[in-house]
Design a protein around this ligand. Structure first.
Ligand code: 6PG
Length: 474
């Protein structure tokens, strides 16, 4: 290995798996010198060998001490290793080599609680901690991800130039921003992924109606998604759905999507998002529905057995149009994004993070997986400082009014045709409950008081009341 300790790198990066390598190349391509290190030294050699003309911008070092010393002070060191214990081990190994004012930038899909803990452990040691959410997959990491920054503000300024340069741009504006202290960056990334889960699941539900209810081929579905991407649904996820649907398996000549096993993986961020919503007391039913749908998808054997008992779900003729499916998806997505932003808003309040919701919407407009045309409008809504919930922001009121009827038709058709809609159904129920001034929780309060004397409020008098309930013992 060629270790060049005199070279002064602008930033360091540990962890040369796909995401780390791509981020390092992105940094190099933007004209910054990047020091790189990896636990398995051979990976460093391979990385440098494959870096082509960017090689001159890379300062490789297998020795951790030499790696640290090759970076300009105050140092910014990105860690891109597997989330969890490997991150803590890497921090532990780095610490003896760092100087006061240096910063560790954790860029994996960390649980935000770990980021809060790491921030609290490192701050008293004089070491900055930045937990950054990086979205956009492998391609994003290489050519411009959306970067959600949280943690030590002073050290953010040391890394700001490089992180801003490597991020995605929307109309020239960088999709990288400091969002708040401690674990704020990873929290925002977690909620981004919760929305991602809901968005993907809603697309899957609509695809299910097309495939099983309307008997459309994968290619026909692909054409529809492609055309939708030209309209109000314009987004990365709609675009790639069209591309996934049109892919053909080389071996069989069949649409690839029809050969892919219907069991979805999940690494945890969607679940963390749903747990956060529950803990904060925010109704995020589309995200919960999406996580549950992935868990249900994993039960392939049980589903096969149950279908033998109840019959397949494609026996009922349903009448929905492609236009209604498009509109339902739009209304459902807005409800999902509204729920995601509602979690952010409550977390911001409870943790005193002061999360800038408009900025978050803005840095999601490019680079990240949930980038969508309507995020620009969402950013504008938050910038105007309106709305407790996006569904009552004037721009979106009109969209919901125009499309909620279709959402209702599609969910009703799904119910009649036995096409499961855990997410679109949740979106409709959320919309209907949110806009219902007189709900049904009065009966819940009556029941709670009946069996547990939990009390209730009467609308025509002050203070907590109790009912004089009959006994059910005799
Ligand atoms: C992103 C993605 C990325 C990753 C997810 C996948 O924003 O770039 O969210 O972080 O693809 O972690 O998560 P699941 O494996 O849980 O679907």
């Amino acid at each position: 290995m060629n270790s060049n300790n005199t070279a002064q790198a602008d930033i360091g990066l540990i962890g040369l798996a796909v995401m780390g390598s791509n981020l390092a190349l992105n940094i190099a391509e933007n004209g910054y010198r990047v020091a790189v290190n990896n636990r398995t030294a051979s990976k460093i050699d391979n990385f440098v060998a494959e870096a082509g003309e960017l090689r001159d911008q890379i300062v490789p070092n297998a020795d951790l001490g030499d790696f640290v010393r090759s970076i300009k002070q105050p140092r910014s060191i990105i860690i891109m290793v597997k989330a969890g214990a490997p991150v803590d081990m890497t921090i532990e190994a780095l610490l003896p080599h760092l100087d006061e004012g240096d910063a560790i930038i954790e860029a994996g899909n960390a649980n935000y609680r770990d980021s809060v803990r790491r921030f609290e452990e490192l701050t008293p040691k004089g070491i900055g901690f930045l937990g950054i959410g990086v979205s956009g997959g492998e391609e994003g990491a290489r050519h411009g991800p959306s970067i959600m920054v949280g943690g030590s503000k002073a050290q953010w300024h040391n890394a700001e130039e490089v992180l801003t340069a490597i991020s995605a741009k929307f109309n020239g504006e960088s999709c990288c921003a400091y969002l708040g202290s401690s674990g704020a960056g990873h929290f925002v990334k977690t909620i981004h992924n919760g929305i991602e889960y809901a968005d993907m699941q809603m697309i899957a539900e609509v695809y299910g109606v097309m495939r099983d209810g309307l008997n459309m081929s994968a290619l026909a579905c692909a054409e529809v998604f492609k055309s939708w991407n030209e309209g109000p649904l314009n987004s990365y996820l709609i675009e790639i759905t069209g591309l996934v649907l049109e892919a053909v398996d080389d071996k069989t000549g069949k649409p690839l999507v029809e050969l892919i096993l219907d069991k979805a993986g999940q690494k945890g961020t969607g679940r963390w998002s749903a747990i956060a919503a529950q803990e904060l007391g925010v109704a995020a039913t589309t995200i919960e529905g999406a996580v549950a749908a992935r868990s249900m998808s994993a039960l392939k054997d049980e589903r096969i057995a149950a279908e033998k008992i109840y019959g397949a779900s494609d026996s009922v003729d349903i009448s929905v149009t492609l236009k209604q499916l498009e509109q339902a998806l739009l209304a459902g997505k807005i409800a999902a994004y509204a729920q995601g932003f509602a979690i952010l808003s409550k977390a911001s309040e409870d943790n005193k993070w002061d999360l800038p919701l408009g900025t978050i919407a803005r840095i999601w407009r490019a680079g990240c997986i949930i980038r969508s045309g309507f995020l620009d409008q969402m950013a504008a809504s938050y910038d105007k400082g309106v709305a407790v919930n996006l569904m009552v922001a004037p721009e979106f009121v009109e969209v919901m009014q125009q499309n909620q009827g279709a959402l209702r038709q599609v969910v009703a058709a799904g119910a009649l045709g036995a096409y499961p809609m855990p997410c679109l159904g949740a979106a409709l129920a959320y919309f209907d409950s949110y806009r219902q001034s007189r709900g049904t929780a009065n009966i819940i309060q009556g029941q709670r008081d009946f069996f547990g004397a939990h009390g209730f409020v009467l609308m025509d008098r002050d203070g907590e009341q109790h009912g004089d309930w009959p006994s059910t013992l005799d």
